[in-house]
Write a protein that binds this ligand. Structure first.
Ligand SMILES: Nc1ncnc2c1ncn2[C@@H]1O[C@H](COP(=O)(O)OP(=O)(O)O)[C@@H](O)[C@H]1O
Ligand SMILES: [Mg+2]
Length: 323
């Protein structure tokens, strides 16, 4: 039996290959609306099921209706032949919360909603797909969905989404570029301009009609922070990061303290006023942060350190000054 899958565009093919490679367990694909994310994931799920025996894929969408839509779309790809059920499909179930397609290989796709947590539990899954992951909660992903992953040699999780502010998905996306700490993660990003099927006039109209933030999020797939004051931070980031101080320059540090929910950040400006490096500490005790700043000061010999003294800042400032 032969099954014809879709013909991927180059960007889609990269994602496809990363999921199929033995190197990566977690693949994150961030792209704009209508850029073929769902179609790519559907084809991966089908191929996985047809090429394996008795394995389980769990497709998770933010709502039951979205999961059902994907179920119907995949089934539509396997229509009856000459009045008889398509030979690739052994069985199917369309009930909400218990939706699945079983292929003739015995491998199956379960379709679930991240909102119905009880329907996610208890499964042992080889390949998990999160569609529109930005709309899911970090707790659901980490405390309920990830524990369903079977601890096999080559576990797979594909996370696809348009961004929705800078939430947990942003962290996962970053991991895909951090080959040292997260070698099993791979991330991809593309915009509506990278996809041949996008209608240029339609996109241009959206650019004119939507707020800048909405256009950048929905079409350029940027992790925009709707609440932030600064809208063009990335455009301004043109300076390469310095690994170590340069002998002829002068350096100034600024420390923004955040201990409980926020990070403490130390930024370093050079003599020309450019940001050349920053350090970020999360969930660290204030004594450790002070030690770290003292160490950095030895390396960079700051001309001046500006230190935020409100809230927890003041006692830290006093300790640091003593040291
Ligand atoms: N490689 C492709 N070839 C043909 N049509 C495609 C391809 N990729 C996506 N499409 C079509 O583009 C539309 C948007 O795709 P979809 O997967 O729903 O996008 P997204 O999930 O990113 O919003 C769908 O109609 C889909 O069938
Ligand atoms: Mg989609």
């Amino acid at each position: 039996m032969e099954v014809q899958l879709f013909t991927p565009y180059p960007k889609q093919l990269e994602v496809f290959n990363a999921v199929e490679s033995l190197e990566y367990f977690y693949v994150v694909c961030i792209a704009g609306r209508q850029s073929g994310k769902t179609l790519t994931a559907q084809n991966l799920a089908i191929k996985f099921c047809l090429e394996s025996k008795g394995k389980r894929v769990m497709w998770i969408s933010p709502t039951d209706n979205q999961a059902q839509k994907v179920y119907k779309e995949i089934l539509a790809g396997f229509p009856p032949i000459k009045g008889r059920k398509n030979p690739a499909i052994r069985d199917k179930r369309g009930a909400k919360g218990d939706t699945e397609i079983i292929f003739r290989t015995g491998s199956q796709i379960l379709f679930r909603s991240s909102g119905s947590e009880d329907t996610l539990r208890g499964n042992k899954i080889h390949f998990i797909i999160l569609d529109e992951a930005a709309k899911m909660k970090r707790e659901t992903v980490e405390e309920i969905i990830r524990p369903t992953q079977k601890a096999i040699a080559n576990p797979k999780m594909l996370i696809i989404s348009t961004p929705k502010g800078k939430n947990w998905l942003y962290d996962y996306y970053q991991r895909g570029f951090d080959t040292k700490n997260y070698p099993r993660y791979k991330s991809f990003h593309y915009t509506c301009y990278d996809i041949p099927m996008a209608n240029a006039d339609f996109v241009e109209q959206a650019r004119q009609d939507l707020t800048e933030i909405a256009f950048r999020q929905e079409y350029l797939a940027e992790f925009v922070d709707g609440a932030s004051v600064f809208k063009n931070v990335y455009d301004c980031c043109t300076q390469p990061e310095l690994k170590a101080p340069e002998p002829d320059d002068r350096y100034y540090a600024g420390v923004d303290v955040g201990l409980l929910t926020d990070a403490t950040v130390l930024t370093i400006l050079n003599g020309a006023g450019n940001l050349v490096k920053y350090y970020k500490w999360e969930k660290k005790e204030s004594a450790d942060i002070i030690d770290a700043i003292v160490d950095l000061n030895r390396v960079w010999s700051f001309k001046k350190i500006l230190f935020e003294t409100n809230n927890h800042g003041l006692p830290m400032y006093q300790d640091l000054k003593k040291k």
